[in-house]
Design a protein around this ligand. Sequence first.
Ligand SMILES: N[C@@H](CCC(=O)N[C@@H](CS)C(=O)NCC(=O)O)C(=O)O
Length: 122
Amino acid sequence: MMTLIRKVLGFLILTLDRWFTPAVEVSRSPSVQAELDRKTGAWTLYHLEACPFCVKVRREMKRLAVTIPMKEINADPRNHEELMTGGKIDQVPCLRYCDDSGTEHWMYESADINAFLAKLGV
Ligand SMILES: N[C@@H](CCC(=O)N[C@@H](CS)C(=O)NCC(=O)O)C(=O)O
């Protein structure tokens, strides 16, 4: 029963997300955008397709024109293993990123991830 409810909710979330997909609200010069893409292209967002918190982060990425490679943790057990090995907590969304000194971080909590994304290359 719970599985059915989860599936219906997931379908609704994804449908609403598709219908009300956010517009890109940030415009950068091609060189600044390319530099940002280069940086975030080395990061990973661990997510679940129909998780509302993951949808929230993916929508913010779209709005801010931030592209981050994504790994769906249910799509491949290796993705889930990576999350558990690196982040240590079985929760999505989780952003793996490297700071300017090359140190790797595993950031949880959709609100924290969105606040972090909002500060990137404005
Ligand atoms: N407060 C967290 C909640 C995230 C959350 O509850 N994610 C769920 C998926 S929708 C999760 O990973 N639950 C743990 C699990 O399924 O093992 C956020 O805003 O990111």
